[in-house]
Design a protein around this ligand. Structure first.
Ligand code: 4AD
Ligand code: MG
Length: 458
């Protein structure tokens, strides 16, 4: 269908002035006066609507009336003209309804609550808020690929169906073709005649397979969906989220921290230049001071503190935490947020966590108590990155697995990487939706995904 994108018309307006153009889109709002009707048309290419001006004496009422309907799809042809108020408008000569929209269309008002919009995920992308979210989501994805591409990383696609639980937290969704009617005496009997002949699940992380690829390609990253059957009903957890996981050989914890900081700053800068309208909108409507925050983040040096020091800071804070802090405890969101929001007032890497609260694959420090791991915490959210140097020593890795009762046979290929030419290497996982929350100021992770998956909600 021959037409011009509204974004192109706004960006190269001068080239189109006084020419005839055709646009397509959906009616966001309309108004009527005695002699003129106005339609705000949006086609999804630009956050800004294009105003259609319809002079009633130029078109038949039977042509105009069906177009004055919120939500209906239109094709309009007319002269493109400059406008003081809107930059540009179209003085319409022909208008055609492509798809009508009855009055039960739920998006009649200009503003709806995000809670209400969550009940209509199939329609909510048609609001300005979600149009902006998905534009930033797109720009952020692109910025991530650009960063790694520019720095010589290879993008690898790790499997979504897997037999190994990377984080060892037992939060895997099961993948099976078995019907409900199975009466087996043991687990292995149950899986023996299943599709794969063994227990399979959806990946919680592409890291273990990513490490195998890095051992050949040197520097890789994954960017794909990951799944966690966590029952955490918070504003920061979903069951299906996207994760970016670089894995770098010949790289220790300090090196990977440097990479993570450079990466975060670079993708923020890219999104700021790709989505100025969207970020200005979020700054005005969702998080006052968002742009100032992002400018500060790209210009400042991130904080860094060891877990042991962080525990001291938390104990000395004089704060009444719901979960008391002792060395060895896992940091809760309230602790993470105190550190990053009140103590550092900027993103901070907390390093060298107790081995007992972290995953088996992390490099064991010489104190025999902590591991060379770090979480990046940011104000407003808490953890956005989980990162570590990996244990490169075969025996030490094996003993960490045994200690956690992991089935060694399931991890034999992973162990081979420590047997055949093992090297110091490190990597991290960035939660894509959490990063999106940080860049846009969106408060609930459910509002960063087209169809958020959470416990009890498919
Ligand atoms: O800290 P996590 O569990 O680390 C890993 O999975 C490592 N294998 C990563 C690596 O080293 N390659 O998860 C990484 C990040 C978290 O920091 C968080 O941002 C995000 O993934 N994340 C979630 N995001 C949304 N919903 C959930 N349920 C999430 N769980 C983790
Ligand atoms: Mg983590």
């Amino acid at each position: 269908m021959k037409h011009t994108d509204i974004k192109v018309l706004f960006e190269s307006g001068k080239d189109y002035v006084q020419t005839d153009v055709t646009v397509c889109g959906w009616v966001r709002t309309w108004r009527d006066s005695k002699s003129i009707s106005f339609i705000e048309l949006n086609d999804g290419t630009s956050l800004n609507n294009l105003q259609l001006i319809i002079e009633k004496d130029k078109l038949a009422e039977s042509e105009v009336k069906p177009a004055l309907v919120v939500g209906c799809a239109l094709k309009a042809e007319g002269t493109f003209i400059p406008s003081d108020r809107n930059g540009f408008e179209i003085s319409v000569k022909n208008i055609q309804v492509l798809g009508g929209c009855p009055s039960d269309y739920p998006l009649q008002k200009k503003h709806h609550t995000l809670e209400f919009l969550r009940t209509i995920p199939h329609l909510r992308p048609r609001t300005k808020f979600f149009e902006a979210v998905f534009a930033v989501r797109n720009a952020l994805s692109f910025a991530i690929h650009r960063y790694f591409n520019k720095n010589g990383y290879k993008y690898v696609h790790t499997p979504i169906i897997t037999g190994s639980d990377c984080e060892g937290a037992g939060e895997m969704f099961r993948v099976t073709t078995h019907g409900w009617k199975t009466d087996c005496k043991t687990e292995s009997e149950y899986y023996a005649d299943d599709f794969f002949g063994v227990k399979a699940g959806l990946t919680v992380s592409g890291q273990l397979e990513g490490e195998c690829a890095a051992m050949a390609l040197g520097k890789i990253y994954t960017f794909g969906p990951t799944f966690r059957a966590e029952h955490s009903n918070t504003t920061r957890h979903v069951a299906e989220f996207w994760q970016i996981e670089p894995e770098v050989c010949f790289c220790d914890l300090d090196d990977i921290i440097g990479i993570a900081e450079d990466f975060i700053k670079s993708i923020i800068k890219d999104v700021m230049s790709a989505c100025p309208d969207e970020l200005a909108y979020f700054d005005e409507r969702i998080e006052k001071g968002l742009l100032e925050k992002l400018n500060f983040v790209v210009a400042s040096e991130f904080g860094k503190i060891t877990y042991t020091e962080a525990v001291k800071v938390l104990k000395k804070s004089g704060k009444e935490f719901k979960y008391p802090v002792e060395w060895g405890c896992d940091l809760q969101t309230e602790h993470e947020r105190y550190l990053t929001e009140e103590y550092f007032k900027k993103p901070v890497f907390v390093t060298d966590y107790p081995a007992d609260i972290k995953a088996f694959y992390m490099k064991q420090n010489s104190d025999n108590k902590t591991v060379a791991a770090t979480d990046l915490l940011v104000p407003g959210i808490g953890e956005i990155i989980g990162c570590s140097e990996r244990e490169a020593d075969f025996e030490k890795l094996k003993s960490a697995m045994v200690k956690r009762n992991l089935p060694l046979e399931a991890y034999s290929e992973y162990l081979d990487t420590r047997k055949y030419g093992s090297v110091p290497h490190s990597g991290f996982g960035l939660g894509f939706e959490r990063m999106l929350m940080y860049i846009t100021g969106v408060q609930n992770i459910r509002d960063t995904l087209l169809y958020p998956r959470t416990v009890g909600n498919l």
